[in-house]
Structures are given as structure tokens and as C-alpha cells.
Design a protein around this ligand. Structure first.
Ligand code: BJW
Ligand code: ZN
Length: 292
């Protein structure tokens, strides 16, 4: 925790100097980066909401990060679910429906195609903070979903995790979840929200997603950390790099000597820690970086 706080403090003091530092040490030489990628053996692609933005899925921070009058991050907490499970389920029902209609975009596909082409000669791992399932739908195989998945539920009582693609997930949520900021409150009685179907249980289901203040699943975190520990190249794609522990991964890899390249439409607090910065929509920049 101390390390996390120190890093946060360091980022805040660093960000004012970002442009100077960037000018001094960051490269945007795509040809050189592609040479490094070609000779690499272990590659990590760490993605965030920006990669799905081009599929029409809103990012968390910035203008799109609101549902009704709520900032998405204020609903993604265990407290919000305890206080108003109906409201939180409406929010997730809306997002399940949006993501189900969305299609993987050229960024997702460039990554999946790269893995299918080079996955037998290089170790390629995609670590995503996204919960929309678009990497898997694009064909990515070696995928770590750090923050869970919109189409998985977890029983609050027996803890069973199940894949659930139902639309709507329950009768009471049909026609609910509209993002209109004028809609106030949510009043679906708890008994009509999704429940565990095990006769011996019947507990309330929740989205199988890591909310703020919750620990990441230990096995998932361990897998991600062990892949990060040995990669020689890391591509950081469409993430603001402010949410921990994911925000630490790439700076730590850069600090131990791995080559790290960031793909974003704007610099982030972590940009100065990296070697390459490729500005622009990652659907375009990734296609270039991952092509022959
Ligand atoms: C494009 C683009 C295009 C746009 N092309 N780019 C104090 C200090 C430090 C840490 C903490 C702290 N207090 C608490 C913490 C820990 C907390 C945390 O990190 N808080 C920070 C905000 C400060 N972390 C946690 O609670 C985690 N658990 C944990 O650490 O447990 C132990 C612990 C607990 C408490 C205290 C201390 C330790 C759990 C984190 C779970 C995150 N969950 C969410 C919600 C998921 C639910 C859901 O989806 O409904 O995950 S938060 C939200 O942020 C979501 C995302 O996965 C995550 C990251 O966001 P991401 O992907 O980076 O998106 P954006 O929107 O931020 O950025 C988009 C980027 O794309 C931008 O940069 C754009 O420029 C770019 N972009 N279009 C390329 N076309
Ligand atoms: Zn149960």
C-alpha cells in the first residue's frame, strides 16, 4: 500500500513535467519498436477501456464515464450493491446489452491475429482490465481478465461463478437500465433480481467483477504478475494507468528492463516511465505495430 501511495504521489508531481520528460526520453519510432518486437520472446499486451472505445463502449474516465447522473466508479463498489442492488443491476444490465451488441474492432483483431500468427514461436499474453469480452470474441486465446467479466455471475451466498449470457438476465430487468440522466432511483424488489438456481442456496447473484476496494482474484493476479515478471516487451493499450494493481504492472516491467510501448490518444501519468509512446486511436496504431 505504501508503495502504491508513493507511486501516486510521484505521478502527481511528475505529470507537470510530462511533456519535457517525454521530449527527452520517449520514442515514437515505429520501425525501431517493430524490430524489438520481432526479436522478442515474451510479449504482454495490457489493455484498458480505450481499446473498446472504437467498438462504441464508453471509457470510465472522461465524458463517457457516466450512467444517468452517476459516475461509473461510484456504482462499481460493494457498498453501492449493498445499498441498492436494483440500481447496480440496472447499470450492469445496460452494460451487458451494450457490450453484447458491440463488435470487436481492428485493435482487438490485430492482437488476436498477431497471437494466431506468432503464438507458437513467442509467448503472447493479453492481460485486460476490460470486462466486455471483446478480446475473446476477436479470437484472443491466452487471455487474463483481471477485473472479471460482464457475462459471469457470482452467488453472494455460495460464491459459485457461472457464465450467463441471458438477455435480459432476468425478467424484471427487461426494458430497464436506460442511461437517461433524468431517471431517478431504482425500485426492483430484491426477490426479482437474479438469484442462484441451486435449490439449497437461492442467494442473490452479483456481477463477477472486481469492484473498487475488492481484492483481485488471487489466482488471476498471480498469473498476471508471473507473466509480467518475465516479458521482454509490453504493449500498454488504451488505459489511463490509474487503477491499481494494473497501473503498477508496466512501470515495474520497464524498471526491470523490459521494453514498454504505450498506445493511447493522450499521455497518462505512466507515460514518462515507458520507452515508446504511440499517439492515436489504437485501432490504427496497433494494426501498424503488429503487422509484418
Ligand atoms: C484510447 C482510445 C483509443 C480512449 N485508443 N486509447 C490509493 C492509491 C492507490 C490505489 C488505491 C488507493 N485506494 C484504493 C486503491 C486501490 C484501488 C485503486 O486503484 N484506486 C485508484 C483509482 C486510486 N484499486 C482497487 O480497489 C482494486 N483492488 C485492490 O487494489 O485491492 C486491494 C486494495 C483495496 C483498497 C485499498 C488498497 C488496496 C480493484 C480495482 C478494480 C477496478 N474495477 C474497475 C471497475 C470494474 C467494474 C466495471 O467495469 O463495471 O475496473 S474501475 C475501472 O477502471 C474498471 C477499469 O478496468 C479500470 C481501469 O480503467 P481503464 O481501463 O484504464 O479506463 P479509463 O477510462 O480510465 O481510461 C481509458 C484510456 O483509454 C484513457 O487513457 C484514454 O485516453 C484512452 N483511450 N480512446 C487508445 N481509441
Ligand atoms: Zn448460490
Amino acid at each position: 500500500m505504501c508503495i502504491i501511495l508513493l507511486r501516486t504521489f510521484r505521478y502527481k508531481s511528475k505529470i507537470n513535467f510530462t511533456s519535457n520528460i517525454m521530449a527527452a526520453r520517449l520514442s515514437s519510432d515505429m520501425t525501431k519498436f517493430k524490430e524489438t518486437l520481432k526479436s522478442s520472446k515474451e510479449i504482454i499486451i495490457l489493455s484498458g477501456a480505450g481499446i473498446s472505445a472504437e467498438s462504441g463502449i464508453p471509457t470510465f474516465r472522461g465524458a463517457g464515464g457516466y450512467w444517468r447522473k452517476y459516475q461509473a466508479s461510484s456504482l462499481a463498489t460493494p457498498e453501492a450493491f449493498r445499498n441498492n442492488p436494483s440500481l447496480v443491476w440496472e447499470f450492469y444490465h445496460y452494460r451487458r446489452e451494450v457490450a453484447a451488441k458491440a463488435q470487436p474492432n481492428p485493435g482487438h483483431r490485430a492482437i488476436a491475429d498477431y497471437e494466431s500468427k506468432y503464438g507458437s514461436t513467442k509467448k503472447i499474453t493479453v492481460i485486460t482490465q476490460n470486462v466486455d469480452g471483446l478480446h475473446a470474441r476477436a479470437g484472443t486465446k491466452n487471455l487474463i481478465e483481471l477485473h472479471g467479466n460482464l457475462y459471469k455471475t457470482r452467488c453472494t451466498k455460495c460464491k459459485e461463478v457461472l457464465v450467463n449470457n441471458d438477455s435480459p438476465i432476468c425478467e424484471a430487468l427487461a426494458d430497464r437500465g436506460a442511461p437517461d440522466a433524468n431517471i431517478i432511483g431504482s425500485d426492483i424488489p430484491v426477490r426479482f433480481l437474479p438469484h442462484c438456481e441451486k435449490p439449497s442456496c437461492g442467494g442473490l447473484l452479483r456481477p463477477h467483477i472486481v469492484w473498487f476496494g475488492e481484492n483481485l482474484e488471487a489466482a488471476v493476479l498471480e498469473k498476471a504478475e508471473s507473466a509480467m515478471a518475465t516479458c521482454d516487451v509490453c504493449l500498454v493499450v488504451g488505459t489511463s494507468s490509474v487503477v491499481y494493481p494494473a497501473a503498477m504492472f508496466a512501470p515495474q516491467a520497464a524498471a526491470r528492463g523490459a521494453t514498454v510501448a504505450e498506445f493511447n490518444i493522450e499521455p497518462t501519468p505512466a507515460t514518462p516511465d515507458f520507452h515508446y509512446y504511440f499517439e492515436g486511436p489504437c485501432g490504427t496504431t496497433l494494426q501498424e505495430a503488429l503487422s509484418d
